[in-house]
Design a binder for this molecule. Sequence first.
Ligand SMILES: Nc1ncnc2c1ncn2[C@@H]1O[C@H](COP(=O)(O)OP(=O)(O)OP(=O)(O)O)[C@@H](O)[C@H]1O
Length: 361
Amino acid sequence: MSVRDLTSVKFILSEFNHPTLTKNLFELNAVKECVWFGDKLKISLVMPFVWRSVFEILQQQTTDKIIQTTKAKAVLWSIEYDIATLKRANNQHAVKNIKNIIAVSSGKGGVGKSSTAVNLALALQHEGAKVGLLDADIYGPSIPTMLGTSDQHPLTPDNQHMTPIMAYGLATNSIGYLVEQGNAMVWRGPMASKALLQMLYDTLWPTLDYLVIDMPPGTGDIQLTLAQSIPVTASIIVTTPQDIALIDAQKGIAMFNKVNIPTLGIIENMSYHICENCGHHETIFGEEGAKKLAQQYHTQLLGQIPLHRSLRQDLDQGKPTVMSHPTSKFTDIYCHLADNIASILYFQGKVILPDISVKTL
Ligand SMILES: Nc1ncnc2c1ncn2[C@@H]1O[C@H](COP(=O)(O)OP(=O)(O)OP(=O)(O)O)[C@@H](O)[C@H]1O
C-alpha cells in the first residue's frame, strides 16, 4: 500500500460504530473531505444532526489507528452541520424560519419537564445547532426563572410580532414574559391555546434548526388542541420512574398516538440519586420503569437524568447546568441525550426541503 493511499483511512472511518448511527459515515454522506494536507490528514465531516460529543468519541477511537496505518504526522479533524429539515406530523406547514419542532411533554406535573426542556435546548446548542425554546407551560411558566430572564419583555416592533428574548444564545418566548405571574392561570382552554399559538407564530424567530417546546403538563383538552395545531416533528415524554408518573406518561404517549404525532421516546428524570458524599447511585423512585414503558409502547428510553441538588440549584439561580457547569458529568449526560435525540429524529424521520410553504395564524 502506498503511503498516500486513503483506503485504510476510509475503512477505519466506515467501521466506526455508535448508537447514533444506523448507517456508516459514508452511507450518510457525512465525509466531506478525507485528503492529505502535506504530511497530515484532513478529515472534514458535515452532519445532518448534532453530533459534537460523538465526534469526540470518533476522534478518540480512530486517530491513533489512522496515524499508525498511514504514518501521517497528525489528523486535522473538523465538523460542520447542515441540519436536515424533517417531515412534520400530519404534513403541517412549517413555522417561518424553524426547521424542526420537538415537543417536550409529561403526563403529570412536577416530573422535571421544564428542567429537561431547558437543559436539552442548551445541550442541542452546545452540540452545534441553532436552537429556540418556547415555554408553552401556560399554568406554570418557569422557563424565564430558569434562564434568569424574568424581568424581560419581548418588543413588538409592528404591534403584532414579538422579538424573542435571547438567553445564553437561545431564542426564547414565554407567557411568563407577557403577563403578570399567576394571571394566565385563570385562562380557559381556548384562550390559553390561542395565546400559545400566537406566541409560536408571532414571534420573530431567527433561523432555527430546532425549536424545543415546553408543553403544558397533562393530557387534557388544551394539550390535545396544541398537539394537533402545532407543526411538530416529534414529541418526547418526560417521566420519573415512579409508577404513578409512568401511568400518566402512558396517557401522554396515547394522546400523541391519537393525533398521529410520533413519540421519539421517553426521558427518565430523577432516575437515580447520586450521593454527594460517596457518589453512590440510589434508585429511590424505582428501577427500569421507563424502560419497560418504552418497550410496551414500542418506543425507546432516550436517556436517564439523575436527581441531584446542583441541577436544581443551577435552575433556581437562572443559569442551567449545561451553561453553568459545561464540563460537568451532568452536561455530558444532557449532551449525549441531545445527540441521541437529534439522530433518532433524523433516522426515524423523512428529510424534506426546508420551508416551501409556511403557515401563519
Ligand atoms: N434531575 C433533577 N434533579 C434535581 N432537581 C430537579 C431535577 N429535575 C427537576 N428538578 C427540580 O424539580 C422541580 C420541578 O421541576 P420542573 O419545574 O422542571 O417540573 P415540571 O414537570 O416542568 O413541572 P410543571 O408541572 O410545573 O410543568 C424544580 O425545582 C427543579 O429544579
